[in-house]
Design a protein around this ligand. Structure first.
Ligand code: C2E
Ligand code: MG
Ligand code: MG
Length: 326
């Protein structure tokens, strides 16, 4: 019943519901407590994937306190200087040189140590903190890249929430201006999810960003909604094939075929292809043999702190063939 669409003013409208349940006396004995616990259960139901119901249990309270603590910490992470960018090199397969690096955010938490983005980006998105975090990332990445050789670009990940911020273009412009980084040395990585909400508006924003000079990459390609229509509607500069496909190479016929097909498609569309998550020489050899333009993964290097990345590129010796081919 809940999945049936309505036609309203010639528009198709879907209505969904998530339900949080708290029962007296087990889950509380006064209205305030019951409502709060039902709200926690509702929040958990939404996190579970929406369109579901969830009964309150005490573990939800612990998870909520934990989340609040993390949110509070994240709120002050910028001013407390706890954020840090790591840089992961991308190898240009034709020249054998490092063509760019992806800036990857880390949070140096005073008590918990280094927290990876998977543990705080969605919290930052839910709370809107991603806007301030994202501004910090763009500024810091542009600034750092000015210390690298002029032919190495920097790639920054953009969250869908940042993408709907009308101030994004101004943030990018200000970061380029204050750092002095040439705009063509900046790459913006977006994921397929961005194109889900309002495709018209998204394509317009992407087009406007592109006229500012940065390259636009489609990140984690093949994992999300994989509609090919937007590839025909927007000229992405790069497509990054998600690491889940490469992880199963060699051995998995389907993944091998998919990587091959995406690289062939990229060539026809004039979009450069990066293969992500290359961990072994064998995967590297495969990606190069398929004709991809760049590889990224632990086989070349893990993400590095700024000073280590500078040392890495200073020592890098270009090679033109996969090392396995020697
Ligand atoms: P991503 O943009 O797809 O970044 C690549 C992720 O794969 C990074 O994880 C990187 O450390 C990891 N990786 C690279 N090579 C390999 C490999 O060979 N094997 C394996 N197993 N992993 C590899 P990380 O740094 O934990 O970042 C995870 C995700 O968090 C990123 O995925 C990106 O979506 C998001 N993220 C990171 N930094 C930012 C940021 O500044 N802003 C936003 N909005 N998202 C960010
Ligand atoms: Mg990325
Ligand atoms: Mg990726």
């Amino acid at each position: 019943m809940g999945d049936q669409p309505f036609l309203l003013d010639n528009q198709v409208i879907y209505i969904g519901a998530s339900i949080g349940i708290a029962c007296s006396p087990t889950d509380g004995t006064d209205p305030t407590e019951l409502l709060r616990n039902a709200d926690l259960a509702l929040y958990a139901a939404k996190l579970d994937g929406k369109g579901r119901h969830r009964r309150y249990d005490a573990a939800l309270n612990a998870a909520s306190v934990e989340r609040r603590l993390l949110e509070e910490g994240l709120r002050h992470a910028i001013e407390n200087d706890e954020l840090e960018l790591y840089y992961q090199p991308l190898l240009d397969t034709r020249s054998g040189r490092i063509g760019s690096a992806e800036a990857l955010l880390r949070w140096n938490h005073p008590e918990r140590g280094l927290i990876p983005p998977a543990d705080f980006i969605s919290l930052a998105e839910d709370t809107g903190l991603i806007l301030a975090l994202g501004r910090w990332v763009i500024r810091a990445a542009c600034q750092e890249a000015t210390s690298w050789p002029d032919n190495i670009s920097v790639a920054v990940n953009l969250s869908p929430v940042q993408f709907s911020d009308p101030g994004l273009a101004a943030t990018i412009e200000a970061a380029l201006k204050s750092s002095g980084l040439r705009s063509s040395r900046l790459e913006l990585e977006i994921t397929e999810g961005i194109l889900l909400s309002d495709e018209e508006q998204t394509i317009a924003t992407l087009t406007a960003l592109k006229t500012q000079g940065p390259l636009i990459s489609m990140d984690d390609f093949g994992t999300g909604y994989s509609s090919l229509s937007y590839l025909s509607r927007f000229p992405f500069d790069k497509i990054k094939i998600d690491q889940s496909f490469v992880r199963q190479i060699p051995g998995n016929k389907q993944c091998t075929a998919i990587v091959h097909a995406i690289i062939t498609m990229g060539k026809c569309l004039d979009m450069a292809i990066t293969v992500e998550g290359v961990e072994t020489e064998e995967q590297h050899g495969f990606a190069v043999a398929q004709g991809c333009d760049a590889v990224q993964g632990y086989n070349v290097s893990k993400p590095l702190q700024g000073t280590d990345f500078a040392a890495f590129i200073a020592e890098w010796t270009p090679y033109c063939r996969p090392r396995t081919a020697a």
